[in-house]
Design a protein around this ligand. Structure first.
Ligand code: 2IP
Ligand code: CA
Length: 395
């Protein structure tokens, strides 16, 4: 059994409990939202938010994984800094303390003395989560601990988490916005090659019970290490949930070229630039919020690709879905580099995203941006056809 992957799935489930608890309590939620400033800010949004849920989730993942695998906590990186300021202007370092009581006291400072809320959150933080996942129990992979490092996005699509509504309607299974677009992303990569090895995508708000109005979530995992390629989706009836066949390439003849009309599809950001939108207009095109959620749509086979031409995603947005896509025979590549190589006639090797190298000369979060954009895909032939379409349509 891969104890490490199991520990990540459990940490993601605990994190999802925290995300749900923070959102469910409307009054508590208003106390938690804080605006990001300066270097921490994602330039895409006029204002960007950091919530206690974000910070706490990241600390819980670090703490729980570090406790089980001592030493690894120093190689777990994330989007958030663990400092938060309360309404009195006090800067507080959020962390998981040794006892539940100590965590309660620390959280009550962030929550302006709201002991009831602090108690509730601390109890979730200190509660062990058990999971039943027979496929996960069967995964065998002996990966040296000192070869691994981790990227965490504690709450991806923070904007939807804060503002997102509960009653959005999906189109062909895809939510364009709403709480369903929120994900928790934990991705593991190889420290020396920078390639992703395993990942967990947890969707804390997947379905809502119409009577109790309580949310339940779901998680997806994948591992791609040497000859081990296993994904949690393999045991599902994939056809029941996706638009594509189990193996998305299976329905295509081996040698024929794909044509634009061949039921290809893409999910993109509403902020995608016009020339890309036009180039992709011959495909089934969907818009959705959340880099993690759009990647999940590719993982689940709802779309052929998730494509982004801009530099507004980061290593923590991609590492987890990238690992899962690799376990399914797909991957995630640098969009601009892929386009350039195609125009240069160099189709030998795909420019896969890697996770261990910051951008030279960049500062703050920009050091870890996916500078050339990205394309996430399950089937290499779908990627090829779609890149071909874009290459022909753009100068
Ligand atoms: C964001 C989030 C946004 C996404 C952006 C990410 O991460 O996933 O939704 O923009 O690229 O960096 P879009 O939805 O337009 O794709 P976070 O919410 O963690 O800041
Ligand atoms: Ca993110």
């Amino acid at each position: 059994m891969s104890e490490f992957l199991t520990a990540l799935v459990r940490a993601s489930e605990k994190s999802a409990n925290i995300a749900r608890a923070c959102k469910q309590e409307e009054t508590l939620f208003h106390l938690l939202v804080q605006e990001k400033k300066g270097d921490e800010k994602n330039k895409k949004f006029v204002s960007d938010f950091k919530t206690l849920a974000d910070v706490l989730v990241q600390e819980v993942i670090k703490h729980d994984v570090g406790k089980k695998f001592p030493g690894l906590e120093d190689h777990i990186f994330g989007e958030e800094s663990n400092q938060i300021t309360n309404s009195l202007g006090e800067k507080i370092k959020v962390e998981v303390c040794t006892t539940e009581q100590d965590t309660t006291e620390l959280l009550s400072k962030v929550l302006d003395g709201n002991m009831a809320a602090a108690k509730l959150l601390a109890s979730i933080v200190h509660l062990d989560v058990s999971i039943k996942d027979p496929t996960l129990e069967e995964v065998e992979a002996a990966i040296p601990q000192d070869s691994m490092a981790v990227w965490v996005d504690p709450i991806d699509s923070t904007f939807q988490y804060i503002k997102g509504y509960a009653d959005e309607k999906p189109k062909d299974g895809i939510y364009s916005k709403g709480l369903q677009c929120v994900t928790i992303l934990i991705g593991v990569y190889n420290r020396s090659s920078g390639l992703p090895i395993m990942g967990v995508i947890n969707q804390p708000f997947a379905t809502r019970d119409p009577d109790s109005l309580r949310w339940s979530g779901q998680y997806f995992w994948g591992i791609s290490y040497k000859d081990v390629n296993i994904c949690s989706l393999q045991n599902d009836d994939v056809n029941a949930t996706s638009q594509l066949a189990d193996d998305p390439c299976e329905d295509l003849g081996q040698n024929e070229d794909l044509q634009p009309g061949d039921n290809l599809s893409a999910v993109i950001s509403t902020s995608e630039n016009e020339s890309i939108k036009t180039a992709l207009s011959m495909l089934r095109l969907y818009y959705a919020a959340g880099a993690g959620y759009k990647s999940l749509c590719a993982v689940r086979g709802f779309v052929s690709v998730y494509l982004l031409s801009e530099d507004t995603t980061f290593k923590w947005d991609c590492c987890a879905p990238h690992a899962i896509l690799r376990s399914l025979g797909g991957g995630m590549v640098d969009f601009r580099e892929c386009l350039k190589r195609r125009k240069d006639g160099n189709l030998d090797e795909l420019p896969e995203l890697i996770y261990n190298t910051p951008i030279n000369g960049a500062t703050g979060v920009d050091r870890w941006a996916n500078k050339g954009g990205l394309v996430a895909y399950r089937c290499p032939r779908h990627l090829d056809t779609i890149m071909n379409i874009i290459s022909k349509a753009t100068p």
